[in-house]
Design a protein around this ligand. Structure first.
Ligand code: NAD
Ligand code: LMR
Length: 328
């Protein structure tokens, strides 16, 4: 058996936690021959329900599940972590924007960033799912001295997958045929799903779907507002699809990206595409299994650039709102 990979997961007793844990413990992140050691982190109020989740994981007798630790102590929770999935935080309710959660959730990521820096393994990589994901990631990253900026990721994969699914439905194709779908900027209602570079079976999506009005209006709006639609229907925010997107994000960071595709993830900007250095923004990325790099050299039309400017401006505003949570 291989040495287990340690995965720390915050908010493990929540909705996303319930969807993601059995999948991680069944090999969905690192493959069918890679054991995992889970460190499940909850606040005190979540410890009792977490006990029940642990009982269920035990009852499933999963062959790859090496060990489970539960804790509300961050130092213990991130000890030796190779991956940290920062899910734990409050979800929004109907009528809220995700950034309305900054006041409640932002501060959670100060202590978590510091505890990761102090306790995690040298190869730690982090995915922030809790909303608003980009700016929470910015906060954690800025409070984790010594952990390189390229280890931090914020989840925009759910938006990418939503966009691929919508384009597939419109074109009469499966979502798997839709590739190179970039989400630019923030995981928020300003995100820009870049249909101009997307492909369907290797052809430009805009060639197959000759309906520019649909792309510019209904398509963008549906991707931007899908989270709201799910809250309206379920009375709860997305969980099954969010858990799936978190798994796919980690896989696309760890696995070689095929030449005909790329994936969207929020990462610390190196200034590419004019995005302010240090903002956590979603970009098109490709992995060589060791490093994740931004796809360079894409041309952005005036329409796309105006949308990208808007979402980057929102990230700047969110950064200003949490200035007191960022280390000098
Ligand atoms: P949930 O309320 O079902 O679960 C959240 C869990 O986090 C709870 O068990 C709670 O006790 C725990 N928690 C709260 N504060 C914590 C802390 N400081 N440390 C550890 N645990 C803590 O919520 P959910 O549906 O699982 O969603 C979790 C977060 O993910 C929300 O912020 C939601 O908006 C976000 N989300 C993001 C995306 C995305 O695409 N980025 C998608 C879906 C949901
Ligand atoms: C989503 O996109 O479904 C999540 O970010 C939850 C939300 O608040 O919309």
């Amino acid at each position: 058996m291989k040495k287990p990979i340690t995965v720390s997961i915050t908010g493990a007793a929540g909705q996303i936690g319930y969807s993601i844990l059995p999948r991680i413990a069944s090999g969905a992140l690192f493959g069918p021959d890679q054991p995992v050691a889970l460190r499940l982190i909850e606040i005190e109020a979540g410890m009792k329900p977490l006990e029940g989740v642990v009982m269920e994981l035990q009852d499933a007798a999963l062959p790859l599940l090496e060990s489970i630790e539960t804790t509300s102590d961050l130092n213990h929770g991130f000890a030796g972590a190779n991956w940290a999935l920062l899910i734990g935080s409050v979800p929004r309710k109907a009528g809220m924007e995700r950034k309305d959660l900054l006041g409640i959730n932002g501060k959670i990521f100060v202590g978590q960033g510091a505890a990761i820096a102090k306790n995690a393994a040298a190869d730690i990589r982090v995915l922030v799912v809790g909303n608003p994901a980009n700016t929470n990631c910015l906060i954690a990253m800025n409070n984790a001295p010594g952990v390189p900026a390229d280890r931090w990721h914020a989840m925009t994969r759910l938006d990418e997958d939503r966009a691929r699914s919508l384009i597939g439905q419109k074109a009469g194709h499966h979502a798997r045929d839709v590739k190179k779908m970039t989400i630019w900027g923030n995981h928020s209602s300003t995100l820009y799903p870049d249909f101009e570079h997307a492909t369907i079976n290797g052809h430009e999506a805009t060639e197959t779907i000759q309906d520019r009005t649909w792309f510019e209006t209904d398509f963008i709006q549906q991707v931007q507002q899908r989270g709201v639609a799910i809250i309206a229907a379920r009375g709860l925010s997305s969980a099954l699809s969010a858990a799936n997107a978190a798994i796919e994000t980690v896989r696309s960071i760890c696995e070689l990206t095929p030449a005909d595709n790329w994936h969207s993830v929020g990462i610390c900007s190196d200034g590419s595409y004019g995005v302010d250095l240090g903002l956590v923004s979603s970009f098109p990325t490709r992995s060589d299994t060791k490093e994740l790099s931004i796809i360079e050299g894409l041309t952005t039309s005036p329409f796309a650039q105006a949308k990208i400017d808007l979402t980057i401006q929102e990230l700047r505003e969110e950064k200003a709102m949490v200035a007191d949570l960022l280390r000098p």
